[in-house]
Design a binder for this molecule. Structure first.
Ligand SMILES: [Zn+2]
Ligand SMILES: [Zn+2]
Length: 305
């Protein structure tokens, strides 16, 4: 049976963060790769997509690459790597680029805006690959992969994605502040210790997922200072996991201030709190650059250490 494989190329939120204290989880902004047989899907073009491009050029050599790049939204940390995506400059390659229609201009104008002369020396038209721009539909297929999208609460909006193949379901929920859409949001506003109740359609979107990658940018302390900025607190993620119970949950979109030590501390805290609640069957880990894993059961913990 073909396995769906996930690889993280960038797991940092907001801005790239090089440095020794960020080595374990990595400093590149959001970029993930999914492989399912011949089907190649990329999520977002944060700075992590530069390394992905280099790795493809080494892997494919002179052979043509046919891939799909799906955007969750166009905040800078999710598009800033696009001008540095090597395979886009070779005419033999075909890239289908998907995103929401957010402004009057299409995806090409939106991605190309950051490549205009005042910002970047090379215009988007220098990309010689066959670039096809598509508006993301709520549901569509990429070869054998079924794609479903859903809206996430984030300033300016953000798309959640669910990919489904036989034997594997993957969900990406980057850039979201789920407290904003909780059923009991007034109650949790005044009392942080009350458990969040999430809307059913959101829980349905992750139901039975093998791997869920979720925005867990803030510690609870940070969240109090950054409410409304569009990202989750650790408590929100723990509450969400308690209700959604995916097979594996990757905490991602690490805050630029979060050293390896802090991220590991957040992962450990999430594990402890879920264990206290009797949620023992979810594998919790911090998304880190370079990590590759199978999106299917059985998930092997050693694959993510
Ligand atoms: Zn972001
Ligand atoms: Zn964002």
């Amino acid at each position: 049976m073909t396995d769906m494989l996930l690889r993280f190329w960038g797991t940092r939120g907001s801005i790239p963060t090089p440095g020794r204290e960020m080595e374990k989880y990595g400093g590149n902004t959001t970029c993930l790769e999914i492989r399912y047989g011949e089907t190649i899907i990329v999520f977002d073009a944060g700075s992590g997509i530069r390394g992905l491009g280099q790795s493809w050029l080494a892997e494919f050599g002179e052979a043509a690459i046919d891939a799909h790049v799906l955007f969750t939204h166009l905040h800078w940390d999710h598009i800033q790597g696009f001008p540095f995506f090597g395979p886009a400059y070779f005419s033999r390659n075909s890239l289908a680029v998907y995103g929401e229609q957010r402004t009057a201009g299409g995806m090409k104008e939106q991605l190309g805006g950051q490549m205009q002369g005042a910002y970047f020396p090379v215009p988007i038209d220098a990309m010689q690959s066959k670039l096809r721009f598509e508006v993301t539909e709520p549901e569509f297929d990429i070869g054998p992969v079924k794609v479903r999208t859903f809206q996430l609460p984030h300033p300016g909006g953000c798309l959640g994605y669910r990919l489904e193949v036989s034997g594997g379901a993957f969900v990406l929920m980057t850039d979201c502040e789920l407290d904003q859409v909780c059923v009991n949001r007034e109650e949790i506003e005044s009392n942080f210790s009350v458990r969040r109740q999430f809307p059913q359609d959101l829980l349905d979107a992750v139901s039975g997922a093998h791997v869920v990658v979720i925005d867990c940018q803030y510690t609870d302390d940070q969240y109090h200072r950054c409410k409304g900025w569009g990202h989750n607190s650790l408590t929100t993620v723990v509450d969400f996991c308690t209700q959604a119970k995916p097979h594996a949950l990757a905490l991602s979109h690490h805050d630029p201030q979060s050293t390896d030590e802090r991220v590991t501390g957040m992962v450990n805290q999430a594990m402890e709190r879920l264990e206290e609640r009797g949620v023992n069957n979810t594998l919790i880990f911090g998304a880190r650059e370079g990590l590759t894993m199978k999106v299917a059961v059985p998930l092997k913990p050693q694959q993510v250490v």
